[in-house]
Design a protein around this ligand. Sequence first.
Ligand code: ZN
Length: 456
Amino acid sequence: MLHYCGCIMEPIEQGRRAEITALQEQLLLNHIDKAWRNVSFYRKRWEAAGIRQDAIRTIGDLRKLPVVTKADFSEDLRQHPPFGTYQGKARPARIHASSGITGEPRPVFCTRSDCEHIARLSARRLRAQGVTPKDLLQITLPYTLYIGGTIAIEGAIALGAGVIPTGTGAMTPSQRQIEIARTWKPTVLCSTPSYALRLAEVAEEMNLDPRCDFQFRMVYVTAEVLTPEMRSAIESRWNCRVYDNYGSVEAAASTYECERQNGWHINEDSYVFEVLDPESGAPLPDGEYGVLVVTSLFREASPFFRYKVGDIVALWDAPCPCGRTFRRMSAVRGRADEMLKLRGISIYPTAIERALRTFPELGMQWFLVLDRSSSSQQITVQVESANPLGAEQKNDLAGRVSDHLKQQIGVRPAVAIFDPGTLISTESAEGRVKTSRIIDRTAALASQQSPGSDAK
Ligand SMILES: [Zn+2]
């Protein structure tokens, strides 16, 4: 059932390194020239850093420009509401916003040309994953400020395929989504990883078998970190291949998995990716994990120059067996701003997710509850069991999970096992694009509560 696709590549995807670098340099110099004239947010920063435009001649010179962060954009927005000066002078055809879990939405303008460019990158991504004009995509990602749904919809249309834009479970209830999938026979499911699993559960509750009662031949996922365990859980539940797609509003449709699924190819004709040491900010060599910094090469509005995305990744340029020469990015190890320092140890929620997924007795929902108010810095992992368990079984399982987490992340958390379906309401699982796994009670601990007593 799982098979490699026979996909078509654009010439630049297989370009020689020198060719790709020359193209990047040409685009970068043009991009910087426009930004210098039209985007005061950057020009002021660069001039303040003592940089002259003629000092930037090669891709390597990009490193002379200062890194910009979310905080820089927030400050610009505060000083220049409602859109800031970082958009430049181009008028938007569409306004998206950062898809962060917390904070005010940060607007990002896209001109018509930007929208078309992003749609082409998205079509390239789908093509690499075997989608053809014959396919019909059920897109359960929302068409909202969040750009991921728009990218999937417009990429599919640019490719010549058909779309059923059902949106999330909050927009089209999950049972209805399943009825549509059953009767309209879409061949590709586009979803977050957690919602792909939720839909499989709903299909089973409706006495359908996701493995054989549908026409899906692949699942396109995005918006959440896809762990290997989550990928194989979705593949076995739906009996089809899962392709992961990494991006953000600042790095829209920037990467894609090819049929070899050994890293995420970077669309190097549209973006430059760099990896920096999280503490010193120094560039890191290929293969080393650090903070991702992205530069766009095409945007008319809201260009990004050395924007610190914050995900922890590694890059490498070894040839891929698929024939593409675009450099590749590793799976995201975590986020620099989600990295928790507990008792001197760096912990990423994704490492916890990976450890939990090795227990078939556990369900998919979990949270990490932090209390750093005391010197002991308590952490509790709240996780659902796959099936209802008695108190003794829960204790036994909690002990084994805690031992395993100690081995994997170096810190022993308390573990609280919850009955299936009790840790998060169905509505919130379906309505949200991203799930934050961390509940920080450090600030809100007026009265001590037992772990998980308010988890719903
Ligand atoms: Zn490849």
